[in-house]
Design a protein around this ligand. Sequence first.
Ligand SMILES: Cc1cc2nc3c(=O)[nH]c(=O)nc-3n(C[C@H](O)[C@H](O)[C@H](O)COP(=O)(O)O)c2cc1C
Length: 189
Amino acid sequence: MSLIRLAYASEATFDAQPVEKGVEPHVARILLTSRKNNARASLVGGLYYGNNRFFQYLEGEEDEVRKTFDRIKRDDRHQNIMTLIEEPIEARTFSDWSMKYVPLSVDVKKFLERQRLDNFNPQAFTAGQCEEMIQLIRDSKQDQKVVNYDESATVATKPAPGMSPGLRFGLIAAAVCLVGALIYAGSLL
Ligand SMILES: Cc1cc2nc3c(=O)[nH]c(=O)nc-3n(C[C@H](O)[C@H](O)[C@H](O)COP(=O)(O)O)c2cc1C
């Protein structure tokens, strides 16, 4: 039993749909299948889709990783698949994730700025950039939300949650008590 890790980059063959249409359906379907299959094969890792390109990272038993990657390579939803990392590891570094999807596009944008890269092109990543991308996926806290690179503007603009009715009632009650206390204090003077 030996563990390996594998990272690759590829280009999507489908046209990215306009941002306002929301979740890219192809990517959503890929994630659904991946999460089901990878959990069964005890594979962990992450997927990033941006600029119509994929960056995927997988860790697990060598046989399972290779079997899955062989299937992935045959998938016609992407092309020009380039293996970036393929090497043994001591232990899995992702926990509880069959396939993590990175919604933190803002982080990826910052990463591109730090690296002085014009756009997301993982096929041209250096070894160091690959490691940074893997770390970014590992550190990503948000999970099920499926967005892509171009939706970064929406990431930071999540509306603040409204005040709950209970809290509103509590505040009104406190204000009434305060006013009452002030009137009472005033009457004592
Ligand atoms: C970019 C990309 C990443 C994928 N990642 C996985 C994956 O991690 N695990 C997986 O089982 N399938 C993944 N798939 C889907 C596989 O290519 C394949 O469609 C799926 O495993 C079902 O294979 P089957 O129809 O032979 O059962 C991925 C496909 C693409 C295009």
